[in-house]
Ligand binder design. Structure first.
Ligand SMILES: Cc1ncc(COP(=O)(O)O)c(C=O)c1O
Length: 445
């Protein structure tokens, strides 16, 4: 009997393994329940702009592991750089001993980021980069308060979460930091003032002066701003004066201009950094996500005189600037430059957006199409009433996955479909995604 039971158990276990229900069950039993709503398959492997599951299905990846794999899954430049580093050392602590890859990456970042940015600190994630930037801004200015945008997202640690301008991420976890106020996001589709560009005269930017005057005590260390608000629903201002007005007001208040390029950096928006689109000159810039081809790494880079406000011991991270991640980041920058990926992001991004705009003409449920490069959002909302169509967004995302296309979904109203594929995606793969979206919209509307 015992042998029979054991062999039956072994048979069941093998069967679960083939379906890989075992992994899903392990998640349910042993991982904290933050993963509800995950795409229901287990990843076996990933290459370029495709992901394969354990049942042998191949998907076109239009979300890049939350907008990280900009250079494509398992990019050869990244793999080669990692392998070389693995032969040398994995960890000695980048802030205890001098490490070659760390120095080299810091110099490279100073070369490729907007003019004036020079000295970096390496962390492990975007949220940590934002926290570090907050500390540096306070230390340099001697001021305590911050401004950020409504609809913004800056990470899940307490400082970064305080800056975040969306309740859903804070969900009863306060109290948060004091001294943070929120300025108007350039959300044209849902303009707070019910105006249209250019007649609006960018009231959302100009209102910053009033917001500082009425909601701060005048002790503003800096303002955090995403050039394109990713988690807010791929929101960005028109190509014009928005950021110039904001930066001017900050300068008048002796407050720093801190441009969070965690999500928009490393080719995502058709330029190395989205700052280039609007010719931004940040004082500090947090980075992460697409920085290291899929390995965990964050950084904040600052102007030299600002960076030098930090004294020995003011900031540190045991794993921050791990040499394997830094080597991967060097391979990542090489791939972006040598393989023409930034040009691809711009060119394929334009093609993608134009195709999506055609769907907007065809379906009244496509409220807005916006974005830069390969960071594109499609807000599903009734065009006239702007009513968010959350159920439709869920159905469309699921149907597209059944067709073999993986996309993201989010935004403040949770009805924005997010197209943020690896920058190696081809025109043919984009056409497959468009055709699937077209079919899904036809089916459900
Ligand atoms: C603009 C921005 N800043 C910060 C973060 C936080 O990054 P991480 O999840 O690596 O902590 C994110 C993550 O989505 C982001 O989009």
């Amino acid at each position: 009997v015992c042998i029979l039971v054991l062999s039956w158990r072994a048979y069941i276990t093998d069967f679960l393994r083939v379906m890989d229900m075992e992994t899903i069950k392990q998640y349910e039993e042993f991982i904290m329940p933050i993963s509800k709503g995950m795409d229901p398959f287990v990843v076996e492997s990933a290459e370029g702009a495709t992901i394969k599951d354990t049942e042998g299905r191949t998907y076109i990846d239009c979300f890049s592991g939350l907008s990280v794999i900009n250079v494509g899954h398992r990019n050869p430049h990244v793999i080669e750089a990692i392998k070389k580093q693995l032969e040398k050392h994995l960890h000695c602590c980048s802030y205890v001993y001098y490490l070659q890859t760390v120095g080299e990456l810091a110099e490279k970042l100073a070369e490729i980021t907007p003019e004036g940015l020079k000295k970096s600190f390496f962390s492990n994630s975007g949220a940590e980069a934002v926290e570090g930037a907050m500390k540096l801004a306070r230390k340099y200015t001697g001021k305590k308060e911050f401004i950020s945008l409504t609809y913004s997202f800056h990470g899940r640690t307490f400082g970064a979460l305080t800056l975040t301008g969306q309740k859903k991420y804070k969900n009863k976890m306060g109290p948060f930091l004091t001294g943070v106020t929120y300025a108007d996001a350039p959300y044209c589709f849902r303009c707070k003032y019910r105006l249209e560009y250019p007649e609006c005269d960018l009231e959302c930017a100009r209102s910053l002066e009033r917001i500082i005057g009425t909601t701060s005590s005048g002790d503003v260390a800096g303002m955090f701003i995403e050039p394109v608000l990713g988690e807010g629903g791929i929101i960005h201002p028109p190509d014009g004066e928005y950021f110039r007005i904001i930066h001017e007001i900050l300068k008048e208040n002796d407050s720093l201009f801190i441009v969070d390029e965690v999500q928009t950096g490393f080719g995502r928006c058709g330029r190395m950094f989205a700052s280039e689109i609007w010719d931004l000159k940040p004082d500090i810039m947090p980075l992460a996500k697409g920085i290291a081809g899929g390995l965990p790494l964050g950084a904040f880079i600052a102007k030299e005189e600002i960076a030098d406000a930090f004294e020995s011991g003011d900031h540190l991270s045991t794993f921050g600037g791990n040499p394997v991640s830094c080597a991967a980041a060097l391979g990542n920058i090489k791939a972006l430059k040598e393989d023409g990926l930034i040009e691809n992001s711009k060119k394929i991004g334009e093609f993608f957006k134009n195709e999506l705009l055609e769907l907007k003409e065809k379906y009244p449920v496509v409220g807005d199409v916006r974005g830069k490069g390969l960071m594109i959002g499609v807000e599903l909302a009734e065009q006239h009433t702007k009513k968010p169509l959350v159920d439709l967004a869920d159905k469309v995302k699921n149907k597209m996955r059944e067709d073999g296309i993986l996309i993201g979904k989010g935004g403040y109203y949770n009805c924005t479909l997010r197209f943020q594929p690896p920058l190696v995606i081809t025109k043919e793969q984009v056409e497959c995604a468009i055709s699937s979206l077209d079919k899904s919209l036809k089916k459900y509307t």
